[in-house]
Design a protein around this ligand. Structure first.
Ligand SMILES: C[S@@+](CC[C@H](N)C(=O)[O-])C[C@H]1O[C@@H](n2cnc3c(N)ncnc32)[C@H](O)[C@@H]1O
Length: 275
């Protein structure tokens, strides 16, 4: 079911990106209803639309048939949030969201792998935590930017999703206070653009909490884009960190993101755990 969903999401994204004639700063699509190509629970789909409709970064939406699937296109603008997100001294990556559908798939995989908690490090508008929460994972958002935290709080309230939200520098935060048992950490940044600093800090912190690493996993957002890859071409740019910390690769899944909208390749998300 998941493989089918991922395959069709990429087909829809590619078709949409090739034929999109609008001029919005960002745009993404969500199927209108479940189908063989998108075998998603009706209620889950409704939650994803609710997230987009209650999220002020989207200012317009319309229905369109894309690659044979009736979808809602959401158009938005993140310029102001992007600018805010880079003003912090220890910002490791500006705000760029993954697609809502991709966040849903990422949280589904977390659940399938048996994790009980999800921690999104650099959580932007909170879409990964939002999806984790309605899928029944205890979900935590860590975000450095107060304006994005305010945005998440607003979405949390209007969608009735009570995921945990912390306005904190992820490099300084004390993760022991979350009382994690079986968590999956999502690292919100490309390795070459500051995500590596986030990842190394989180790995050290996980290792400093007794018994946590045995049960914890990490998901890295990689890139296959040649412009980002200079010396380290393996595992979307995460090869050296995976090797240095002796992590196992459990799964790699390519999904649409805002930053790969114009590209023919998607963003590889690499699921790892500790050896
Ligand atoms: C690429 S965005 C990812 C957003 C979200 N995880 C997603 O996939 O849609 C990276 C986010 O990390 C946040 N960030 C950067 N450095 C951070 C830090 N040191 N502590 C907490 N958040 C940080 C940025 O403000 C931004 O919102």
């Amino acid at each position: 079911m998941l493989d089918e969903l991922i395959k069709n999401l990429i087909i829809v994204k590619q078709d949409f990106a090739q034929n999109y004639t609008g001029s919005a700063h960002i745009q993404e699509v969500i199927p209108v209803s479940p189908s063989n190509q998108f075998p998603i629970e009706q209620h889950h789909l409704e939650m994803l639309h609710d997230f987009a409709q209650k999220n002020p970064i989207y200012f317009n939406s319309f229905e369109e048939k894309i690659a044979g699937i009736q979808c809602t296109v959401y158009e938005g603008d993140i310029n102001q949030y992007w600018l805010n997100s880079i003003k912090h001294g220890s910002s490791c990556q500006p705000f760029y969201p993954t697609w809502i559908m991709s966040a849903y798939v990422m949280a589904l995989i977390a659940k399938k792998l048996g994790y009980k908690e999800l921690v999104d490090i650099g959580s932007g508008d909170g879409r990964i935590s939002f999806c984790g929460n309605f899928l029944g994972l205890v979900s935590h958002s860590i975000e450095i930017d107060d304006v994005l935290v305010e945005l998440q709080d607003k979405i949390r309230k209007t969608t009735n999703q009570n995921f945990n939200l912390k306005c904190e520098d992820a490099l300084e935060f004390d993760y022991s206070q979350l009382q994690l048992i079986h968590p999956l950490f999502f690292i919100g940044g490309l390795s070459q653009m500051g995500g590596d600093i986030l990842a190394i800090s989180i790995i050290d912190k996980i290792n400093s909490i007794s018994n946590l690493s045995n049960n914890a996993g990490l998901v890295f957002a990689g890139t296959n884009s040649k412009k980002h890859l200079s010396s380290n071409l393996s595992n979307g740019g995460w090869g050296s960190i995976i090797e240095k910390y002796n992590l196992n690769i459990v799964d790699t899944v390519s999904l649409p993101t805002v930053w790969t909208f114009d590209q023919t390749i998607e963003t590889p998300y690499i699921y790892t755990n500790f050896n």
